[in-house]
Structure formats: C-alpha cells, structure tokens
Design a binder for this molecule. Structure first.
Ligand code: CA
Length: 640
C-alpha cells in the first residue's frame, strides 16, 4: 500500500491500472468534487461527493490523506456474462474530514474502465448507528451529452398498484434537460453518450439489507443528477425512505463505467467485482432452460392437462425445468401439487413455483399471497417445497426500493438457500451485485419483459429495438429474467387460427425466427424460461427447435462486436470452446451488415449460420457475401 503523504496542497489524481482512466479530485470552496477523464477526454464533469446523516454533515469535506494499492479482481462466478474474472484494479482510500473534524473515508475501486466508490463511516463517537438523510453524490456530464434512460415510476400505480417495478419505456439519445416521465428521475443503470468522446454507464451495486435501492434524480442544471432515495408512498407508505446502518458501516457502491466505445459498457463486471458473498451455500445449483405455460396460454392454462403438456414439452426439449405460474395453489392444492412435481420429476423435469411476495403493499389477488413476506409462514412453506422436490421459486410483485424491501429480498434468499431453492424475482427491483452476493439468486425481471409482448402490440413493434438495447443497459449490470423467444406468429394459444367468433386473437410478432433465436443469446440469465408452446414442436422450423435444445444459458466470456443502443447489435458469448454470436437489427433506415467470414477469422472456428432465407429460417455455412439484415431480422452464428 502506498501512503500518499498529503498536506494536500494539490489533491490526488487517481489512475486506473493502465492510467487511461483518471479520477481528478478538486476542492470547490470546501466541497469535494470528482471528475473522470478517459484518454484525456473529460467524460464526467466535476461532480459533488459527500452525504448527510442524522449525526453529522459530510457534505463539506477535506481530504486529509490518501492511500492507494494495486489489487486484482480474481474470482469465479457461474451465472453472469463471464465465468473467470481476473483483471488488475487499483484500490484507493481518501481519508476525509468535515469542518467539525468528523472522519469519513471514500473508497475507490478503479479498473481499466470502471470507477466505483462508496462512503465508509467509522464509529468515532458513542453513537452506534446512523440514518442517511441524503447523499450529495452527483453525476454531471459535459455539454451536449445525451441519455439512454428509463424513468422511476410513481408508487402505487399500475396493475393492482404494484409499481414501481422497473417496467417502463426507454428514451434514447435524449438531451439531459428533458424532464423524466414521472418527475422522479431514472432507474439504474443509466447510459450517457458524451458526444463523440465516449460513453458512461452509471449504476450502483452491493445494495443489501443495510441500505435502500437508489436511483438518479432528474437533471439539475447546476449539479447534474443526484442520488435519489425511494418515494415515501412505496410499500403503501410503510417503511422509511432514509436508509440506516450500524457503525462502522458503508453505503452501496456508486459505479461509473467509461470508454471511448461501447465494448467496456457491455463487457463490464464492476457490479460483481466490488461485492462479496453474503453467505456461503452448502448447495449446488444447476442452471438451464425451462418451459412455462403462462406466457402464451395465460391464466387459463392453470389446469392439469396444460401443465402436463408443458412438462412434456420441457422433457421433449431436454430442458431441466418447468415454471408453474400463479394460481397453482387454488387449482391443485398441496396434494395435487405434490403429485404434479412427482410426475415432472419422473420425466426428468424439475419445478419452479410462483408466489406473490405479499398482499399487503398492493392489491394482488394472484395466489399464493402472504407467504413469502412472513418468516413464520415462509419457513414451513420452504420446508414443504424442499420435501416435495421443488428446486426454485419465482416471487413476484414486490413493494419498491425501500430498505425494508431489500431486507425482504435478502431474507427470502437466505431462507430459500437453507432448502436448496433458487430465487427469481419478478415485479421487482434491479439486482445490484446479487449474483455474487447470494449463491441461490438466479435473476430478476426489472424490465418490460416478455409478458408485455403478449399484452400489447406496441411492445411487439419495439421488440427488436429492445433486443438491441438491453445488452447495453439493463442486462449489462445483472441477470435479466425476460422470458422471451417466441416461435408463435400470433402470441396467443390459437396462433392465428380463428376463435369461435371467427376472430384472430393475439398480438403479432414482427421479428423473424432468426431474431428470436438471437434473443436467447443476447439476453443473459442463468435460468431461461423460453416462450415456446407445444405446437411449436410441429409448426416451427426444426432448426429453431434444435437450436433451443442446445443453446446454453451460462457463459464464459462476452464480447461486443458491433452495435448502437436501440439500433442494432452483434454480440458474442462463449460457452466452453463454442462461440455464439447473435445479431439483431432494429433500424428501418439501415440494414445491419454481418460479415460472418470476418467473425470466423476474429473468433476462430467454423460457422454454422442461422439466418432468414426466402422460406424462413435457414442454416448454412459462412457465405462470401456478408449478411444484410433488414429491420426486425437477426442471425445467430455458432462457431465450433
Ligand atoms: Ca412483470
């Protein structure tokens, strides 16, 4: 560890391991600011640091001394975009004090393209705990920057008053002064284009039971974006807005990923680099693909015949799981459920079961309710789940971002691990480092997911745009439980056949089959609930079914080859020695050119190409001529 002896006439410049990234600290009349430059270009303008607790005001800070240390981020994680992380980093601690002499440290973690920081509060008086009233932390960007942003919703609106649930539309490349839709700022992660100088992704990680989840405020002309806490109305008004923790203690990490281009944004692992497992597991968890009836066949499919059909679908696809969604308790009862799980397991298929998180912070009637929120009921329920052989739970409709809800996520995860249960969260907040923090955590929705494609045509019309967007944003900071890959043309049980009144029902898919297959690679989640239905075994192209049998759900490496958020993407993910390259185009004006021969040369191996021919999905070897993908088309290139 280097101790920088500082009678700090000049504040330190902190450099990343290759020194292309630099954090410059400055003293602005007693207020501490940081700025970030990459290759000498300013990507983050001088922005405030500090926070205020109920015990002390740390919004005016002086740096007393600083230490830096070269470290390595080295770990194995089996559920994210890469499996073996090993890269250089610099850890720096700024020892600060406020005008009253109260101490606070700011810890920085710098990698080649990431700058993360958090506040460390000592126990320097009798006081053993604090409440954080507000953070002064800000994010300012140079003139002309634009944002790729999704708004934080009002609380207690939407379906059965279940928002906020991170299910909002994005605005792309918009000026920063544009007011947010609800006036509450933006959910993480937030992406900024700094003209032609580079890109910045802002997020947070390491949020657990000891803090609330935060978001960015609306843009302020003077100070930029601030850190905003949850709204008082969340959780039906129950629970505090201000987080509290014991001393010594720390805030979550604020993370900035920067680069001259978009590859560092898509490939970053900072959300996982700076967090630690919250508990060890004695269990081994197995990931893979899953069928689920609810997504296309909806509530009416909660009956024995349909559930058996989807168990058989999973078995025929050689998938390890089925997700049995809402209403199973009323339809089957406990005994019926035991029987269904026994049948599934006899077919080599394991079961995920759906729960509502509660009924007391929204108006949800989908059942079962009021189990997962209450430890006295939750624990015996989980003992029963383990006894009958259930392997995971999908818990839906959480109450918001307050610390009280973070405690609930952690309590459910911890109890579930005792019983070998994996956890998926829907109607939920963004995961913030949870894949590394919680060994049985396997994914969250926190996006306008596949159900919306069934609910509204506008979502089908935007499907390719979202496929070209989420790998740069929502999915780059955490697993995204999207539930996609449709092979029905009409997203309805009848798939285009007229109903009794002669009407054709369901929204209409705009994407090609090749683009749907690309989504299986573009969207990362270790458990994938794919949206195919039993009829697809006979009415979808055999090559599509074959691909969905073999495509992995876990990855050893991820690389962005080409793309622009919301416009197009070419993304490569490696599983073992095989690369899966997925491309989707969402641009009407510009076809996406994919030179398969060049990709072969770059990544190695021989290509098998899934693309769209005259008669629909086709497979073949790399052609001399590059692929030219029109809007809503895609391709997958498998390199062996
Ligand atoms: Ca949802």
């Amino acid at each position: 560890m280097k101790l920088l002896t500082l009678l700090l006439a000049v504040l330190p410049v902190l450099g990343g391991p290759d020194a292309r990234l630099q954090v410059r600290l400055s003293d602005d009349s007693g207020r501490l600011r940081y700025a970030i430059a990459y290759d000498g270009k300013t990507l983050v303008s001088p922005s405030l640091l500090g926070l205020q607790t109920n015990e002390a005001d740390y919004t005016r800070l002086e740096v007393v001394s600083a230490e830096t240390e070269d470290v390595r981020d080295t770990y194995v994680l089996d559920r994210i975009k890469a499996s073996h992380i090993d890269h250089a980093a610099v850890r720096a601690v700024l020892h600060c004090q406020n005008p009253d002499g109260r101490a606070l440290d700011i810890e920085w973690h710098l990698t080649a393209n990431d700058a993360a920081f958090r506040y460390l509060l000592p126990r320097d008086t009798e006081t053993g705990s604090v409440r954080v009233l507000r953070e002064a932390t800000a994010f300012r960007f140079p003139e002309g920057a634009t944002g790729f942003l999704t708004p934080q919703s009002h609380a207690m609106i939407g379906w059965k008053r279940s928002k906020p649930s991170y299910e909002e539309f994005y605005t792309l490349d918009a000026p920063l002064a544009t007011p947010s839709q609800y006036g509450h700022g933006y959910t993480f992660p937030c992406l900024f284009r700094i003209g032609s100088d580079g890109w910045v992704l802002v997020s947070e990680t390491g949020v657990d039971s000891r803090y609330c989840a935060s978001h960015l405020s609306d843009w302020d002309a003077a100070e930029g974006y601030g850190i905003a806490f949850p709204l008082p109305e969340e959780n039906n008004g129950n629970g505090t807005v201000e987080p509290a923790f014991a001393l010594p203690g720390a805030t979550p990490w604020r993370t900035l990923t920067v680069g001259a281009d978009l590859a560092p944004i898509v490939e970053t692992t900072i959300a996982f680099d700076v967090v630690e497992p919250r508990y060890e597991s004695s269990r081994g968890y197995r990931y893979g693909k899953s069928s689920w009836s609810w997504i296309v066949w909806q509530d009416d499919s909660m009956n024995k015949a349909d559930q058996l059909a989807f168990i058989d679908l999973a078995a025929q696809m050689q998938w390890p799981y089925i997700l049995i969604d809402a209403g199973w308790d009323k339809e089957f009862g406990r005994a019926g459920m035991e029987e269904l799980v026994r049948y599934a397991r006899s077919k080599g298929v394991d079961v995920f079961l759906w729960y509502s998180s509660s009924g007391w912070w929204n108006d949800i009637v989908q059942s079962p309710t009021d189990i997962m929120c209450d430890p006295l009921v939750r624990k015996p329920e989980m003992r029963w789940l383990e006894r009958i052989g259930v392997k995971g739970i999908k818990v839906d409709f959480f109450g918001g971002d307050k610390q009280e809800t973070m405690r609930l996520y952690e309590a459910i995860l911890s109890d579930a691990d005792d019983h070998g249960l994996m956890c998926i969260f829907h109607g939920a907040t963004l995961p913030r480092g949870w894949e590394r923090m919680y060994p049985n955590y396997v994914g969250s929705e926190a996006v306008l997911a596949s159900e919306n494609l069934v609910f509204g045509q506008v979502h089908c019309d935007l499907e390719s745009q979202n496929a070209a967007l989420h790998p740069f944003l929502r999915n780059t900071v955490g697993s995204m439980e999207f539930g996609g890959v449709f092979l029905n043309r009409y997203l309805h049980r009848l798939n285009g056949a007229p109903d009794a009144k002669g009407r054709v029902r369901g929204t209409v898919r705009r994407t090609t089959d090749a683009a749907e297959l690309a989504v299986a690679v573009l969207y990362q989640n270790p458990i994938q609930h794919f949206a195919i239905t039993p009829n697809n075994l006979s009415d979808a192209p055999a090559a599509a079914i074959g691909f969905l049998r073999e495509v992995p759900t876990t990855w050893d490496e991820t690389r962005l080859l080409d793309g622009y958020p919301g416009r197009n993407i070419v993304l490569a993910r490696r599983h073992g020695a095989t690369w899966y390259v997925a491309a989707v185009n969402a641009s009407e004006e510009q076809p996406l050119t994919v030179d398969v021969r060049a990709i072969e040369r770059r990544l190695g191996g021989t290509a098998l190409v899934y693309s769209t021919g005259k008669d629909g999905l086709q497979t073949g070897a790399a052609a001399k001529k590059p692929l030219s993908l029109p809007k809503d088309d895609g391709a997958v290139i498998v390199l062996r």
